[in-house]
Write a protein that binds this ligand. Structure first.
Ligand code: C2O
Ligand code: CU
Length: 465
């Protein structure tokens, strides 16, 4: 597995010390969590939802009483959420008022090459571009972020990311917490200077010690004593999150990058490398109202150092209304979510080609080079290795959702049993993946999603022909 699970000791619940920041102090868990707004379409037709987004700089309050300049989609950090439905097209007009070239990528989307945002075609300063997302794919928690060649790391760091929640009939039919009980938690870190301004230095992991959830530093979130669905997204450039409740309470993982798992998996902690999504259900009815429970990052605040705090949940009594509290949601039907996709894949494909891509070898990205060519319609198994002896990396493919077949000599972690587009690659532990290339033809990148690494060249390109 990814991490040794047996005998995991509950993390010592260190009392949260006020953090010295921007010439003042911030007591963790005093800033309320906010949830990104849902973006309203400017037009809806029988087949398509049209959206309009403007990228611009804004000075936002991140630390109380200060203003931090960030790059935004429509003025928000993270940007507003697009809610899409499989089979309905989304068209987004992106206007660039940032004064520098940008490009927008839908991470996890099966998008035509010209709309993938990952080529060298950018939106010039003052210009605009229309991206079309066909949504011919199953439900998943996707996200959008900047992908400007060589600039993606800085642009993402400065704020250019937002959620894209794709639903379908399968997902909508499941008795999962909905509405205010379905909460995205976008996790990231930042390096803020004494004036509360973002400091951008490539590969600066050690200094990015301010943790933000939905753009709020170490927030608190009032939860009713009932079940919640959390969509965890790691939008950090480099930081890994190994999340555990202070009381080591169990977490039910229901989904990964590409949608809901075939069956829920109960774990004591959850790992997210940059770019990954994990969906969980947490049952707060196990706590007395008045209880507070802190979520820790066992890999923070310094990378791979001591236990750090992420946020705090303050439990209040459950109020009536909606499907909640127990039985219905507990009956999460095994197999409902994943089965149709598996069947489709099996029917369509026979041939499997094996290859070991060079992305994690010492070969620097060249946007003029095609690193590998894939026949359209084929299914391939890739073995991804991390040649570093110390540093974990991860591996992200555009266009496809893949299956993790194994890690080293063992099986994948149960939490990565569903569809994935980004996967952790530990030193010395090759990861085997299987993907089918039966949607778009064209050129797409695959890369390490520790985006400081990809911006420095840890990226390659595949061509589907
Ligand atoms: Cu989320 Cu090529 O990236
Ligand atoms: Cu890397």
């Amino acid at each position: 597995g990814l991490v040794e699970r047996s005998g995991a000791a509950p993390a010592a619940a260190a009392p949260p010390a006020p953090v010295r920041l921007a010439g003042g102090t911030l007591t963790p868990f005093t800033v309320p969590l906010t949830v990104p707004q849902t973006l309203r379409p400017v037009l809806r037709t029988a087949t398509t939802d049209y959206y309009s987004v403007t990228m611009h700089r804004r000075r936002l309050e991140i630390l109380p009483g200060t203003r931090t300049e960030v790059y935004t989609y429509n003025g928000d950090l993270p940007g507003p959420t697009i809610r899409a439905t499989s089979g309905r097209r989304v068209v987004v007009r992106q206007r660039n008022r940032l004064g520098m070239p940008t490009a927008v990528h839908l991470h996890g989307g099966a998008t035509a090459p010209g709309d993938d945002g990952s080529g060298t075609a950018t939106i010039p300063p003052g210009g605009e571009r229309v991206y079309t997302y066909p949504n011919q794919q199953p439900h998943a928690t996707l996200w959008m972020h900047d992908h400007t060649h060589h600039m993606e790391a800085e642009h993402l760091y400065r704020g250019l990311s937002s959620l894209y929640l794709l639903s379908d009939r399968t997902e909508a039919a499941l008795p999962l917490p909905r509405g205010q009980f379905d909460v995205p938690l976008v996790l990231r870190d930042a390096h803020l200077d004494a004036d509360a301004q973002l400091v951008w230095n490539m590969d600066d992991a050690d200094n990015r010690t301010t943790l933000l959830v939905n753009g709020r530093p170490w927030p608190r979130f009032e939860v009713q004593a009932r079940r919640y669905r959390f969509r965890l997204v790691n939008s950090s450039n480099l930081r890994f999150f190994l999340l555990q409740f202070a009381d080591a309470a169990e977490i039910t993982v229901i989904g990964s990058d590409g949608g809901l798992l075939e069956a829920p998996v109960t774990v004591p902690y959850v790992l997210l490398s940059p770019g990954e999504r994990v969906e969980v259900v947490v049952d707060f009815s196990r706590y007395q109202p008045g209880t507070s429970v802190v979520l820790h990052n066992l890999m923070g605040p310094g990378p791979f150092e001591q236990v750090g705090s992420v946020m705090r949940f303050d439990v209040v009594p459950a109020r009536g209304g909606g499907p909640q509290l127990g039985a219905a949601e507990a009956a999460y039907p095994a197999g409902a979510a994943d089965a149709d996709r598996t069947a489709h894949r099996r029917a369509a494909h026979g041939r499997v080609r094996h290859r070991a891509p060079g992305v994690h070898r010492r070969k620097v990205f060249d946007p003029a080079r095609i690193d590998t060519t894939i026949a359209w319609g084929s299914t391939e198994e890739w073995t991804v290795t991390n040649g570093n002896v110390f540093m974990p990396h991860n591996f992200h493919m555009h266009l496809v959702q893949f299956r993790v077949l194994g890690r080293g000599d063992g099986p994948p972690d149960p939490t990565e049993s569903g569809l994935k587009d980004t996967v952790v690659v530990w030193p010395g532990q090759p990861v085997r993946l299987r993907a089918t290339f039966d949607t778009w033809r064209g050129v797409y990148p695959y890369h390490c999603h520790m985006v400081d690494h990809s911006a420095m060249g840890m990226m390659a390109r595949m061509k589907i022909v």
